[in-house]
Ligand binder design. Structure first.
Ligand SMILES: [Zn+2]
Length: 278
Protein backbone atom coordinates (compact mmCIF):
# COMPACT_ATOMS: atom_id res chain seq x y z
CA UNK A 1 0.00 0.00 0.00
CA UNK A 2 1.13 3.54 -0.72
CA UNK A 3 0.68 6.49 1.59
CA UNK A 4 2.25 9.48 -0.12
CA UNK A 5 5.92 8.52 -0.31
CA UNK A 6 5.64 5.84 2.38
CA UNK A 7 5.06 2.22 1.38
CA UNK A 8 3.64 -0.28 3.83
CA UNK A 9 2.42 -3.86 3.92
CA UNK A 10 0.64 -6.01 6.46
CA UNK A 11 2.25 -9.38 7.04
CA UNK A 12 0.71 -11.89 9.43
CA UNK A 13 2.88 -14.12 11.61
CA UNK A 14 -0.07 -16.53 11.76
CA UNK A 15 -2.99 -17.13 14.07
CA UNK A 16 -3.21 -17.00 17.84
CA UNK A 17 -6.29 -18.31 19.64
CA UNK A 18 -7.21 -16.50 22.85
CA UNK A 19 -10.01 -16.97 25.36
CA UNK A 20 -13.09 -15.18 24.08
CA UNK A 21 -14.10 -13.93 27.51
CA UNK A 22 -10.66 -12.43 28.13
CA UNK A 23 -10.72 -10.85 24.67
CA UNK A 24 -13.99 -9.01 25.30
CA UNK A 25 -13.85 -8.09 28.99
CA UNK A 26 -17.27 -7.13 30.38
CA UNK A 27 -19.12 -7.80 27.11
CA UNK A 28 -21.39 -10.85 27.59
CA UNK A 29 -20.69 -13.91 25.47
CA UNK A 30 -24.08 -13.85 23.65
CA UNK A 31 -22.96 -10.53 22.14
CA UNK A 32 -19.37 -11.32 21.19
CA UNK A 33 -19.92 -14.89 20.00
CA UNK A 34 -22.11 -13.58 17.18
CA UNK A 35 -19.22 -11.48 15.92
CA UNK A 36 -16.40 -13.88 16.66
CA UNK A 37 -17.55 -17.49 17.16
CA UNK A 38 -15.33 -19.37 19.66
CA UNK A 39 -13.99 -22.90 19.19
CA UNK A 40 -14.73 -25.83 21.53
CA UNK A 41 -12.11 -24.48 23.97
CA UNK A 42 -13.80 -21.04 24.06
CA UNK A 43 -11.00 -19.49 21.98
CA UNK A 44 -11.49 -16.88 19.28
CA UNK A 45 -9.29 -16.70 16.20
CA UNK A 46 -6.95 -13.73 15.96
CA UNK A 47 -4.15 -12.86 13.61
CA UNK A 48 -0.76 -11.47 14.61
CA UNK A 49 -0.51 -8.68 12.08
CA UNK A 50 2.88 -7.07 11.60
CA UNK A 51 3.56 -3.95 9.60
CA UNK A 52 6.40 -3.59 7.11
CA UNK A 53 7.21 0.02 6.26
CA UNK A 54 9.56 1.63 3.77
CA UNK A 55 10.02 5.26 4.74
CA UNK A 56 12.87 7.77 4.76
CA UNK A 57 15.20 5.17 3.22
CA UNK A 58 14.59 2.81 6.17
CA UNK A 59 12.99 -0.60 6.28
CA UNK A 60 10.93 -0.81 9.42
CA UNK A 61 9.09 -3.72 10.98
CA UNK A 62 6.35 -3.09 13.54
CA UNK A 63 5.67 -6.19 15.72
CA UNK A 64 7.23 -9.59 15.19
CA UNK A 65 4.36 -11.96 16.12
CA UNK A 66 4.87 -14.95 18.40
CA UNK A 67 7.85 -16.28 16.46
CA UNK A 68 8.94 -19.91 16.51
CA UNK A 69 10.50 -20.53 19.93
CA UNK A 70 7.49 -21.80 21.87
CA UNK A 71 7.30 -25.49 22.67
CA UNK A 72 4.54 -27.82 21.54
CA UNK A 73 2.46 -27.42 24.71
CA UNK A 74 2.29 -23.63 24.41
CA UNK A 75 1.77 -23.75 20.66
CA UNK A 76 -1.26 -25.92 21.34
CA UNK A 77 -2.62 -23.70 24.14
CA UNK A 78 -2.46 -20.64 21.88
CA UNK A 79 -3.28 -22.46 18.63
CA UNK A 80 -0.19 -21.06 16.93
CA UNK A 81 0.09 -22.09 13.27
CA UNK A 82 3.07 -19.88 12.35
CA UNK A 83 5.66 -18.51 12.33
CA UNK A 84 5.04 -16.93 8.93
CA UNK A 85 6.67 -13.53 9.34
CA UNK A 86 9.97 -14.32 7.61
CA UNK A 87 8.12 -15.96 4.72
CA UNK A 88 6.00 -12.83 4.42
CA UNK A 89 9.11 -10.65 4.37
CA UNK A 90 10.64 -12.87 1.70
CA UNK A 91 7.57 -12.37 -0.49
CA UNK A 92 8.33 -8.62 -0.23
CA UNK A 93 11.92 -9.33 -1.24
CA UNK A 94 13.24 -8.64 2.26
CA UNK A 95 15.72 -10.77 4.19
CA UNK A 96 16.01 -10.49 8.01
CA UNK A 97 19.31 -8.60 7.59
CA UNK A 98 17.56 -5.96 5.47
CA UNK A 99 15.45 -4.69 8.39
CA UNK A 100 16.84 -1.44 9.88
CA UNK A 101 14.38 -0.91 12.71
CA UNK A 102 12.01 -3.12 14.70
CA UNK A 103 9.25 -1.59 16.79
CA UNK A 104 7.47 -3.52 19.54
CA UNK A 105 4.27 -1.76 20.60
CA UNK A 106 4.65 -3.65 23.86
CA UNK A 107 6.39 -6.82 25.00
CA UNK A 108 3.57 -9.37 25.26
CA UNK A 109 4.75 -12.55 23.53
CA UNK A 110 2.34 -12.26 20.60
CA UNK A 111 3.92 -8.91 19.65
CA UNK A 112 7.64 -9.59 20.14
CA UNK A 113 8.18 -13.38 20.04
CA UNK A 114 9.78 -13.10 16.61
CA UNK A 115 12.38 -10.59 17.88
CA UNK A 116 14.64 -13.55 18.54
CA UNK A 117 15.08 -17.05 17.18
CA UNK A 118 16.74 -20.30 18.11
CA UNK A 119 20.11 -21.06 16.55
CA UNK A 120 21.12 -24.45 17.91
CA UNK A 121 20.51 -23.98 21.63
CA UNK A 122 21.32 -20.25 21.49
CA UNK A 123 18.70 -17.51 21.29
CA UNK A 124 19.84 -14.81 18.87
CA UNK A 125 18.32 -11.64 17.40
CA UNK A 126 16.26 -12.48 14.29
CA UNK A 127 17.11 -9.16 12.63
CA UNK A 128 20.90 -8.82 13.02
CA UNK A 129 21.22 -5.29 11.60
CA UNK A 130 18.21 -3.73 13.26
CA UNK A 131 17.76 -1.45 16.21
CA UNK A 132 14.77 -2.51 18.28
CA UNK A 133 12.55 0.23 19.77
CA UNK A 134 10.47 -0.17 22.91
CA UNK A 135 9.16 2.16 25.60
CA UNK A 136 11.38 2.28 28.67
CA UNK A 137 8.46 1.78 31.07
CA UNK A 138 7.27 -1.25 29.11
CA UNK A 139 10.72 -2.82 29.27
CA UNK A 140 10.95 -2.13 33.02
CA UNK A 141 7.59 -3.79 33.55
CA UNK A 142 8.45 -6.73 31.29
CA UNK A 143 11.55 -7.41 33.41
CA UNK A 144 9.41 -7.48 36.56
CA UNK A 145 5.89 -8.49 35.54
CA UNK A 146 3.21 -8.88 38.19
CA UNK A 147 1.20 -11.97 39.12
CA UNK A 148 -1.60 -11.00 36.73
CA UNK A 149 0.41 -10.56 33.52
CA UNK A 150 3.46 -12.73 34.13
CA UNK A 151 2.18 -15.32 31.62
CA UNK A 152 2.47 -12.81 28.75
CA UNK A 153 6.12 -11.83 29.22
CA UNK A 154 8.99 -14.11 28.19
CA UNK A 155 12.48 -12.64 28.72
CA UNK A 156 13.91 -14.66 25.81
CA UNK A 157 11.96 -12.35 23.49
CA UNK A 158 13.72 -9.16 24.62
CA UNK A 159 16.62 -9.86 27.04
CA UNK A 160 18.96 -11.17 24.27
CA UNK A 161 18.27 -7.99 22.27
CA UNK A 162 19.22 -5.83 25.25
CA UNK A 163 22.29 -7.99 25.93
CA UNK A 164 23.41 -7.52 22.31
CA UNK A 165 23.15 -3.73 22.71
CA UNK A 166 20.51 -3.57 19.98
CA UNK A 167 17.69 -2.16 22.08
CA UNK A 168 16.74 1.53 22.00
CA UNK A 169 14.54 2.43 24.94
CA UNK A 170 12.45 5.52 24.39
CA UNK A 171 10.36 7.58 26.73
CA UNK A 172 7.07 8.90 25.42
CA UNK A 173 6.39 9.99 21.83
CA UNK A 174 9.25 9.54 19.41
CA UNK A 175 9.84 10.43 15.76
CA UNK A 176 11.36 7.23 14.36
CA UNK A 177 12.07 8.59 10.90
CA UNK A 178 10.42 11.08 8.60
CA UNK A 179 6.68 10.31 8.58
CA UNK A 180 6.85 7.52 11.16
CA UNK A 181 5.95 8.43 14.74
CA UNK A 182 5.69 6.28 17.83
CA UNK A 183 3.00 7.49 20.19
CA UNK A 184 2.64 6.30 23.74
CA UNK A 185 -0.97 5.17 24.27
CA UNK A 186 -1.42 3.58 27.69
CA UNK A 187 -4.32 1.36 28.72
CA UNK A 188 -3.58 -2.18 27.56
CA UNK A 189 -0.29 -1.77 29.41
CA UNK A 190 1.04 1.36 31.12
CA UNK A 191 3.44 2.14 28.28
CA UNK A 192 2.06 0.65 25.07
CA UNK A 193 2.83 2.61 21.91
CA UNK A 194 0.93 3.01 18.64
CA UNK A 195 2.48 3.89 15.27
CA UNK A 196 1.38 6.78 13.10
CA UNK A 197 2.39 7.09 9.46
CA UNK A 198 2.00 10.46 7.77
CA UNK A 199 2.86 11.46 4.23
CA UNK A 200 1.54 14.04 1.79
CA UNK A 201 -1.51 14.77 3.90
CA UNK A 202 -2.45 11.12 4.37
CA UNK A 203 -2.29 9.21 7.64
CA UNK A 204 -2.37 5.56 8.71
CA UNK A 205 -2.58 4.57 12.37
CA UNK A 206 -1.59 1.20 13.81
CA UNK A 207 -3.86 0.77 16.83
CA UNK A 208 -1.82 -2.05 18.43
CA UNK A 209 -3.90 -3.40 21.34
CA UNK A 210 -5.89 -0.19 21.90
CA UNK A 211 -8.38 -1.52 19.32
CA UNK A 212 -7.05 -5.01 18.50
CA UNK A 213 -9.80 -5.90 15.99
CA UNK A 214 -12.64 -4.10 14.21
CA UNK A 215 -14.98 -5.90 16.61
CA UNK A 216 -13.43 -3.83 19.42
CA UNK A 217 -14.50 -0.49 17.93
CA UNK A 218 -17.52 0.12 20.23
CA UNK A 219 -16.33 1.91 23.37
CA UNK A 220 -17.23 -0.74 26.00
CA UNK A 221 -15.63 -3.56 23.98
CA UNK A 222 -12.34 -3.52 25.89
CA UNK A 223 -10.15 -6.54 26.53
CA UNK A 224 -10.14 -8.19 29.96
CA UNK A 225 -6.37 -8.37 29.57
CA UNK A 226 -6.05 -4.57 29.78
CA UNK A 227 -4.30 -3.40 32.94
CA UNK A 228 -5.94 0.04 32.81
CA UNK A 229 -9.33 -0.35 31.10
CA UNK A 230 -10.49 3.17 31.98
CA UNK A 231 -7.38 4.56 30.30
CA UNK A 232 -8.12 2.40 27.27
CA UNK A 233 -11.61 3.91 27.24
CA UNK A 234 -10.22 7.45 27.34
CA UNK A 235 -7.76 6.70 24.56
CA UNK A 236 -10.44 5.06 22.39
CA UNK A 237 -12.51 8.24 22.82
CA UNK A 238 -9.55 10.27 21.68
CA UNK A 239 -8.09 8.28 18.78
CA UNK A 240 -11.10 6.62 17.08
CA UNK A 241 -13.05 9.87 16.47
CA UNK A 242 -9.86 11.55 15.24
CA UNK A 243 -9.21 8.69 12.81
CA UNK A 244 -12.82 8.94 11.56
CA UNK A 245 -12.78 12.71 11.23
CA UNK A 246 -9.45 12.84 9.43
CA UNK A 247 -10.07 9.85 7.16
CA UNK A 248 -7.10 7.87 8.45
CA UNK A 249 -6.38 4.30 7.42
CA UNK A 250 -6.83 2.25 10.60
CA UNK A 251 -4.57 -0.79 11.00
CA UNK A 252 -5.50 -3.59 13.40
CA UNK A 253 -2.93 -5.81 15.12
CA UNK A 254 -5.19 -8.82 15.69
CA UNK A 255 -8.03 -8.76 13.15
CA UNK A 256 -7.85 -11.94 11.06
CA UNK A 257 -10.29 -10.65 8.43
CA UNK A 258 -9.96 -6.87 8.33
CA UNK A 259 -6.39 -5.73 8.99
CA UNK A 260 -7.00 -2.31 7.41
CA UNK A 261 -10.11 -0.15 7.25
CA UNK A 262 -11.55 3.32 7.16
CA UNK A 263 -13.65 4.07 10.22
CA UNK A 264 -17.17 5.38 9.81
CA UNK A 265 -19.76 6.76 12.21
CA UNK A 266 -23.16 5.47 11.11
CA UNK A 267 -25.83 6.97 13.36
CA UNK A 268 -23.59 6.69 16.39
CA UNK A 269 -22.35 3.18 15.54
CA UNK A 270 -18.65 3.04 14.83
CA UNK A 271 -17.98 0.73 11.93
CA UNK A 272 -15.08 -0.39 9.79
CA UNK A 273 -15.09 -0.13 6.03
CA UNK A 274 -12.48 -2.70 4.96
CA UNK A 275 -9.63 -1.71 2.67
CA UNK A 276 -8.14 -4.33 0.37
CA UNK A 277 -4.50 -4.85 1.31
CA UNK A 278 -1.78 -6.37 -0.79
ZN1 LIG B 1 -0.89 -7.31 24.42
Amino acid sequence: MKLGNIEFHIVSDGHVLLDGGAMFGVVPRPLWEKKMPPDSRNRVTLSMNCLVIRAGGKRILVETGAGGKMNRKWRDIYGLDGPFLLEGLRSLDLRPEDIDMVVNTHLHFDHCGGNTRLEGDQIVPTFPNARYFVQEGELDHAMRPNERDRASYFPENFAPIAAAGMLSVIEGDHALTSGVDLIRVPGHTAHMQCVKLTSEGKTAFFFADLVPTTTHLPLPWIMGYDLFPMTTLENKKRWIPEAMREGWIALFAHDARVPAAYLRDRDGNWEAEPIAVG
